[in-house]
Design a binder for this molecule. Sequence first.
Ligand SMILES: Nc1nc2c(ncn2[C@@H]2O[C@H](COP(=O)(O)OP(=O)(O)O)[C@@H](O)[C@H]2O)c(=O)[nH]1
Ligand SMILES: [Mg+2]
Length: 190
Amino acid sequence: MGFFSSLSSLFGMGKKNVSIVVVGLDNSGKTTILNHLKTPDTRSQQIVPTVGHVVTHFSTQNISFQAFDMAGQMKYRSAWESFFSSASGVIFVLDSSDRIRMELLKDELWMVMDHKDVASRGIPVVILANKMDIPGAMTAADITTALGLNLHRSGTWSIHSTCGLTGDGLDKAMQQLSTEVLKCLEARKS
Ligand SMILES: Nc1nc2c(ncn2[C@@H]2O[C@H](COP(=O)(O)OP(=O)(O)O)[C@@H](O)[C@H]2O)c(=O)[nH]1
Ligand SMILES: [Mg+2]
């Protein structure tokens, strides 16, 4: 890394500013994950259920993310789609131990992936199979099958097992999100 790029990365300059939307059923761990992605000094000590949406910021090596943390309860889900058109990516968080709501989850995930502002713009959907620490939680491969993800042709999606409490799996997932977001922005320029 050259002197100026070292300096600019030190001060967070030269990073692209990107908006993303974070969705998923209630209690899947969205707010916990976003809290974990923040720098330790800006983390909240207590996570409270999200009402409407909350704006959070976090960074990867080359992107400064503005994340819209959406409430997941049924009455708020219809509001998700109004955020898709201005988003450069979607994080979809699910609870890997919540087998009872798999069918509902499938409907909500496909609604997001097939939404015109997601599918036709080709923005990446990064699925976080969260709560992997809970005994009996489904693996990412089992979830891929249960949700019929391999049948989904359009768009770019990936799935990662994560633990919002420890941060396990998040680095890799966010690296993938950054790479896919940059690829998508480049493709839309040309
Ligand atoms: N065991 C476990 N619990 C988690 C994990 N992520 C979040 N939680 C817990 O799940 C509950 C709901 O989390 P929250 O972030 O509010 O979910 P949200 O409704 O999707 O924003 C909280 O009690 C969290 O501590 C995880 O990876 N493992
Ligand atoms: Mg929340």
